[in-house]
Design a binder for this molecule. Sequence first.
Ligand code: ZN
Length: 144
Amino acid sequence: MTESAALPRPAPMPDMLLDKEFWDFCSDRKLCFQRCKSCKTWRHLPRLMCASCGSPDWEWRESSGRGHLYSWTITHQAMLPAFADETPYAAIVVELEEGVRMVSGVQDIALDELEMDLPLEVAFLSISEDTSIPVFRHRSPAAR
Ligand SMILES: [Zn+2]
């Protein structure tokens, strides 16, 4: 076992209730975003008011988990020792069908396969007994 493999991968440490709720859904393997009850606009990152209409009324809704690759960068230097064995890796921005964009990572996608608009679907990576984080993989043909 290498030194980096022995280090725990950093887990989300939400300091606001809305962020905690987002990560709790992820640990239940559900990708959920807020949706405005007034104008139906989805949003991410979690916040108290709608940026489109200013309404404070919102609800959590489960995403389809389907989207496409909006942007990415390849990281060649691990910023934390826990990621040393994973370099190089891709940090991606996914645009979900609901219109929200989120930063994530990829699962089972070679770096040279990354291309604009690549169809993706969410998967969940378990990083501890009670924490899962969303990552994205090739969208299955049935979901296209
Ligand atoms: Zn709104």
